[in-house]
Design a protein. Structure first.
Length: 120
């Protein structure tokens, strides 16, 4: 009975110290979670960096879109000869009745073919 009374007296005397230590431990835990946790500062900073990177990509894509839109507008306003020239050069289109001559690819050297086959 004496030991219970001594333990109870110790706890009664130390209650403020224990409460302060408990609140301190709780505050440290909350601080740790705020910095490192699933929604902490580190995760927030990583997400912010990703947003900035994606914004740069969006800006680059918008600039390319505007450039292509200006080129399209220029081609629409230009004479038909410019449009025909672009169609022939980029798309390889021809008018009906025209003949296109292609230079055939040269045959590979048989010695090089054999050397490449032996390497595999």
């Amino acid at each position: 009975m004496l030991s219970i009374r001594i333990a109870g007296g110790w706890f009664f005397a130390m209650r403020r110290v224990l409460a302060t230590v408990g609140i301190g431990v709780f505050a440290v835990f909350i601080g740790y979670k705020a910095v490192v946790g699933a929604n902490g500062m580190r995760v927030w900073q990583a997400k912010r960096a990703e947003v900035q990177r994606l914004q740069k990509e969006i800006d680059a894509a918008n600039a390319a879109h505007e450039r292509l839109q200006r080129e399209t507008d220029r081609l629409r306003e230009a004479d038909p000869g410019t449009i025909e020239k672009e169609a022939r050069e980029r798309l390889g289109l021809v008018r009906p009745g025209e003949h296109v001559l292609y230079q055939p690819a040269s045959n590979p050297d048989p010695a090089q073919v054999a050397a490449n086959a032996s390497r595999k």
